[in-house]
Design a protein around this ligand. Structure first.
Ligand code: TYM
Length: 327
């Protein structure tokens, strides 16, 4: 059975973009793959975090995964920092990654501008991500478009490591990018991705937003003056973004949606988008609040820690031998 692995950072509330771009793929693929899903908590401290809030967000993310349909019986769910081998493997990979390659990462360029006096971890972040992926011999890595470059880097690191040491030691992973939903955009500025860290929260739907806020945000989404519900990402990014959201949550094709709303004005269309988003998020929220303080979360993470530590230990020992770290 092919293996897939993916993770999200526990930095603030999960957005509709994360749900459509990442979590929905997990739920889909859990049926056909041996799936490893984790909380990338070590990645999140590459920028400053309040410790107490971070800890709460970690728990919240596990509850979110499960509430969204990631089934603990079909997936290995774990916390990155509870498996010490990620950081160990990452170090060896750092020593096998050309410095210049990391400076080319788009996310580094963006984030290093946003954070004054940023830390070294922000620069080496993609190597830790490569370690996450390569330790488990992952075949596929489902991510949104913004993370594709990092998965490609993991593949490059694996390839050059294998070449350098003359062994097919690391499997070359492939990114799995969902077509339309690969990028859900901000409702106010639809040329930017919907992001947890956006300054203006009016453009961002959080999975735990209440119904009133969801409706308000969607009704306030930026549109255009054409007044036709038509998909055209270049000239109508706002309406195209709403069509994408509708498509992802209803399963209807873009042309079916255009046909359905051909006589509707933007107000009617937005109201239907809001109805759909509310109907999808309501059961997720109910399940989330049942789970958040339950023991079930700890049991799931304990099992994940034991299983992934066993697997990673074997890979790490082999890796140490290959590079000569033995006596
Ligand atoms: P993170 O936490 O930024 O995002 C988690 C996932 O959500 C996707 N995503 C989106 N998809 C569509 N539209 C959006 N607006 C949107 N915003 C975010 C991201 O592409 C991602 O798939 N570095 C990763 C976490 C990570 C990881 C890994 C992932 C660490 N190690 C190994 C896969 C494999 C990150 O910061 O994701």
């Amino acid at each position: 059975m092919k293996r897939f692995l993916t993770g999200l950072q526990p930095t603030g509330s999960i957005t509709l973009g994360n749900y459509i771009g990442a979590i929905k793929q997990m739920v889909k693929y859990q049926e056909e793959y041996d799936s490893f899903i984790f909380i990338a908590d070590m990645h999140s401290i590459t920028v400053p975090q309040d410790p107490e809030t971070l800890s709460k967000n970690i728990r919240s993310l596990v509850a979110t995964y499960i509430a969204c349909g990631v089934d603990p019986n079909k997936n290995t769910i774990f916390l990155q920092s509870e498996n010490i081998y990620h950081a160990n493997v990452s170090w060896i990979l750092e020593c096998n990654t050309p410095y210049g390659l990391l400076g080319r990462m788009t996310q580094f360029k963006d984030k290093s501008q946003k954070h004054q006096n940023f830390m070294a971890g922000l620069y080496t972040y993609p190597v830790l991500m490569a370690a996450d992926i390569l330790i488990y011999d992952s075949d596929y890595v489902p991510v949104g478009k913004d993370q594709k470059q990092h998965v490609e880097l993991a593949r490059d690191i694996a390839e050059s490591f294998n070449k350098r040491y003359g062994k097919e030691f690391f499997k070359l992973p492939e990114p799995l990018i969902p077509e339309e939903g690969a990028k859900i955009c901000d409702l106010i500025d639809p040329t930017k991705k919907m992001s947890k860290s956006a300054e203006n929260k009016k453009g961002v739907i959080m999975l735990l937003d209440d119904e009133k806020d969801i409706r308000k945000k969607i009704m306030g989404a930026t549109t255009d003056s054409e007044m036709i519900v038509r998909y055209d990402i270049e000239t109508k990014p706002g309406i195209s973004n709403l069509i994408t959201i509708y498509h992802e949550l209803s399963g209807m094709t873009i042309s079916q949606i255009e046909e359905k709303f051909k006589d509707s004005n933007y107000g009617t269309f937005k109201k239907e988008v809001a109805d759909l988003v509310v109907s999808v998020l309501k059961p997720i929220q109910d399940r989330y609040y049942e789970l958040i303080n339950s023991k079930e979360l700890d049991e799931v993470l304990d099992a994940g820690k034991i299983k992934t530590t066993e697997i990673a230990k074997i890979k790490y020992e082999e890796l140490k031998n290959i590079v000569g770290l033995y006596r």
